[in-house]
Write a protein that binds this ligand. Structure first.
Ligand code: ZN
Length: 240
């Protein structure tokens, strides 16, 4: 089984490639590319949240607890909350993730259960999409895809590590097929996972529609302001 270091190395390399490609193509601004690279790298740790108390779990939960409130800031601003409320909400989110998620993971997560699965990668992507409320729809898709990519890199690395070269060709370990999968052994875990996929998917689709509309309106406003620039001569002159 590849360890923490192999996973973070793998997803970081993939993340750098992903960010560099997006930057090279030029449609995505460099800062967004950098964010994509970072999130892809971190997402490479996510599936091993199910491996019980240890470095991957402690570090990923702490990281998520710190970064999620920051990523949610634009969204909180949309609600027009006063600064005090924003600080309180961010603190509450931090505590909920740091302790609530850790508790849930310790209680319910089974190693190589549904955390290592394709629907789990989709859940991670939808969550990233919902949390990251950028103005530009393309940037949201880009960042959410970065998380899915990092997650999938982990699953694929797990599968690659389950094939070992023996004396007589490749040998397949018992763990083969437990990472890249659609269904686990536990019925309740499968149900919860697919329910989350459906709920988060619906929320993300709805949110995507809103962002697309807003972006169309913004483009129209920009176009209109370019077509009818305010000419200084036409401005009313006030005299006392
Ligand atoms: Zn793993």
């Amino acid at each position: 089984m590849p360890g923490f270091r192999e996973h973070i190395t793998g997803s970081t390399i993939v993340g750098i490639g992903y960010g560099a490609a997006a930057w090279y193509v030029g449609e995505v601004p460099p800062l967004t590319c950098l964010l994509g690279t970072g999130l892809c790298s971190v997402a490479g740790m996510l599936p091993d949240l199910d491996s019980g108390p240890g470095i991957p779990m402690r570090e990923s939960v702490a990281f998520a607890a710190a970064v999620t409130p920051v990523m949610l800031l634009p969204r909180l601003e949309q609600f027009g909350l006063p600064t005090e409320a924003v600080i309180l909400v961010c603190g509450a989110i931090y505590l909920a993730i740091r302790f609530g998620v850790t508790y849930l993971l310790k209680e319910f997560a089974v190693h190589r259960g549904m955390f290592h699965s394709i629907p789990a990668a989709a859940i991670a992507g939808f969550t990233a999409f919902l949390v990251f409320a950028a103005q530009e729809p393309m940037h949201r898709y880009f960042v959410a895809s970065a998380v899915v990519l990092g997650f999938l890199t982990h699953l694929i690395l797990d599968e690659i590590w389950s094939v070992k070269m023996g004396m007589f060709g490749p040998k397949i370990k018992k763990s083969f097929g437990t990472a890249v999968k659609f269904l686990g052994n536990e019925a309740w875990a499968n149900i919860v996972t697919y329910l989350l996929v459906i709920i988060l998917g619906a929320l993300a689709a709805n949110d995507a529609a809103v962002t697309e509309q807003l972006s169309v309106v913004r483009q129209q406003v920009e176009q209109a302001s370019r077509q009818y620039p305010a000419t200084p001569g036409l401005q009313p002159v006030y005299r006392r």
